[in-house]
Design a binder for this molecule. Structure first.
Ligand code: MF3
Ligand code: CO
Ligand code: CO
Length: 271
């Protein structure tokens, strides 16, 4: 896709999309979100994360869509599944879920060339009070960011809103991973930081498409990547949670492309 052929790019390299492009993102986002609704019924004690990934891959295929992650930089799976102290990019595998495990499932699909990228938290068995609090704060932090996502504000305002909320709840925001522009590409400028100072960073404009995907730790923010070159974990082994939406800036706010069709986010939601 060549920039001279449609739309405009800001001086920071952020693409400004056309009104018609929102429809493409809505369709891709809806599929990713629907798959996250449907995978919930498959999350239980004794289940493997590989089986969850198989379900997701099959759903993407059945919809006639394409997984954005299979083949991405050598990644082989239709989802990332990050359990407990795994921060992000957990690789689905044969390990079984134990009672009280919390997990993020992150799905990115391509529909008619448009990318829909979203993730949520789930639980196997009984959710502990401290995990429930972490998950609630992480979810609400994402929505603090979404509320700040409107023309006139900057990307720093989004990061500041998230960081302030998380730290007020005595949790920490991961610095080592960020959200990203997307559209007809998976990862585009800008880096969407989940921390920052008000008024800093590029100004938000109608037609910008990007993800907000805060990772929040109960302990310290530092992470490390395991020898598999993908799995990111908290250095202090503390629990970590993440939620992700793909959004588009509108004239007076933003449109969330990846809302749950079933209206769900809570990990114990009964299917
Ligand atoms: N979906 C992730 C994101 O939110 C990216 C996963 S890339 C993979 O940006 F290769 F690890 F799948
Ligand atoms: Co993303
Ligand atoms: Co994602």
């Amino acid at each position: 896709m060549n920039n001279t052929h449609d739309g405009r790019m800001t001086r920071e390299g952020i693409r400004i999309h056309e009104a018609a492009d929102f429809a493409g993102m809505r369709k891709a986002g809806a599929l990713a979100a629907r798959i996250l609704d449907d995978v919930a019924a498959h999350v239980f004690v004794g289940q493997t994360t590989a089986a969850l990934d198989d379900f997701i891959r099959t759903e993407v295929e059945k919809a006639g869509a394409v997984s954005a992650t299979i083949g991405y930089k050598g990644y082989q799976h239709a989802s990332c599944i990050s359990v407990n102290h795994v921060v992000c990019h957990g690789i689905p595998g044969d390990k079984t879920l134990k009672d009280g495990d919390i997990l993020n499932i992150d799905v990115t699909v391509i529909v008619d060339g448009w990318f829909g990228d979203t993730s949520r938290m789930y639980v196997a068995g009984k959710l502990s009070r401290k995990a429930e609090r972490l998950i609630q704060v992480t979810h609400d932090a994402l929505f603090k960011g979404i509320e700040a996502a409107k023309p006139g504000n900057t990307f720093g305002d989004i990061g500041h809103a998230i960081q302030t909320y998380v730290e007020a709840n005595r949790m920490s925001v991961v610095r080592d991973f960020c959200g990203h522009g997307l559209g007809r590409v998976f990862h585009a400028p800008p880096n969407v930081l989940h921390y920052g100072r008000p008024g800093t960073g590029p100004r938000l404009e109608e037609g910008m498409f990007f993800t907000i995907e805060p990772m929040v730790n109960l302990g310290r923010p530092e992470t490390k990547v395991l020898a598999d070159d993908w799995t990111a974990v908290t250095r202090d082994k503390s629990l970590s949670a993440q939620f992700e939406h793909s959004i588009g800036i509108t004239y007076d706010g933003c449109e969330v492309f990846t809302p749950s069709p079933a209206g769900r986010f809570h990990p114990t939601y009964d299917t």
